[in-house]
Design a protein around this ligand. Structure first.
Ligand SMILES: C[S@@+](CC[C@H](N)C(=O)[O-])C[C@H]1O[C@@H](n2cnc3c(N)ncnc32)[C@H](O)[C@@H]1O
Length: 337
């Protein structure tokens, strides 16, 4: 029967049934005493980070990813976060950041997200506690236009390390771009290759990311969380700054993007999130990841320019009609990246 209120067919937003809630609730962890890494590895801790931070194991984390509430008034489920002055926001951040340092290995890397309002506080605090290596800025496709201001269309991620002894794998996070002006030297392609229906160049990862799509309703990773990070963004960070089998920690985990991507890329995770419903979504996403470890926009070991995969797939479809060759995109569904 046609339901007037049924979801649009292309809406892939993850939902939770009552059965899901019951199942995933059982898997959530709550801790009241100091724990070892084994006790919390690959688990979602459903508590206030301020209550658990002193109970977590020392020098156990290889990679810290923090996506805290930004310095904006925003409601996370029923919990409001209120915008404050920059100094006040810095004080709030310092309360948890200085305690997280104990958890990090001397070789650990740290990534902290913020928008333009939060970014200066993050920078100053990072300089106080870590070695600041870079500031990544990524373009948000989404964003409301403003009448009397520039549309807020970017976010920052501060990249730091605990020491000079740290791991960084630039080769794992190269970006594949379509070559618009393919240059040849003595008849040979200069720094590009021809594959299937296109000419491509693999470029070094830079500190400006224009290939990120914020999750929205027709993406299978989407949930109702208001500030969910894209899996592709986490994949870049995890691949560049950790090895398989290492441990990633996220103290403001939301619907679990960090853990989901860590799992897909064979890393371990520890996540803390105060809101139970978000933790349940994380549980569901982790279950989905067991069956499907694909990450939109990341294929065959490379990241693709935003929406490039679709263009090439469509071109391939035209070229491959009545041919046996399945082309380089035969193994993925039609998806935006
Ligand atoms: C910006 S969101 C993180 C989104 C996440 N990166 C994702 O992709 O889903 C910040 C999260 O911090 C959670 N949070 C706020 N205060 C917290 C606290 N004291 N302890 C743990 N989590 C908290 C909020 O509920 C919210 O889900």
């Amino acid at each position: 029967m046609n339901n007037f209120y049924s979801r649009a067919l292309r809406n892939q937003t993850i939902t939770l049934s009552e059965e899901d809630k019951k199942n995933f609730r059982q898997k959530l962890l709550r801790i009241n005493n100091p724990v070892s890494l084994e006790q919390i590895l690959n688990k979602v801790i459903n508590q206030d980070i301020f209550k658990v931070i002193d109970l977590l194991p020392t020098k156990s984390i290889d990679l810290l990813f923090v996506d805290p509430p930004y310095n904006l008034t925003k409601i996370f489920n029923n919990r409001p976060f209120k915008q404050m002055g920059t100094m006040q926001y810095m004080e709030w951040m310092e309360l948890w950041l200085k305690k997280i340092i104990r958890l990090l290995k001397p070789t650990a890397s740290i990534y902290i997200c913020g928008d333009w309002r939060s970014s200066s506080a993050i920078h100053l605090l990072c300089e106080k506690y870590f070695i600041v290596r870079n500031r990544i800025t990524f373009e948000r496709e989404k964003g409301r236009g403003a009448e009397k201001n520039w549309k807020n269309n970017s976010e920052d991620i501060w990249f730091c390390t605990v020491s000079n002894n740290y791991f960084f794998n630039a080769g794992a996070v190269k970006l594949k771009r379509i070559v618009l002006a393919p240059y040849r030297e003595r008849g040979m392609p200069k720094d590009w290759t021809e594959e299937g229906t296109g000419k491509f160049r693999l470029t070094h990862p830079a500190n400006i990311w224009t290939d990120i799509t914020i999750p929205f309703w027709s993406m299978p990773e989407n949930t109702p969380h208001p500030t969910q990070k894209p899996e592709k963004l986490l994949a870049k960070i995890i691949l560049a700054s950790s090895n398989e089998g290492e441990t990633v920690f996220d103290p403001f985990a939301g619907v679990g993007t960090t853990g989901v991507v860590a799992k897909k890329l064979r890393r371990n995770f520890v996540m803390v999130e105060i809101d139970e419903e978000y933790c349940l979504y994380a549980g569901k996403r982790l279950q989905i990841a067991e069956e499907n470890s694909s990450i939109q926009g990341y294929l065959n070991g490379v990241f693709w320019e935003r929406n490039t995969m679709n263009k090439i797939k469509n071109a391939e479809k035209k070229v491959l009609v009545n041919k046996d060759d399945k082309g380089i995109f035969s193994n993925i569904k039609g998806e935006r990246q």
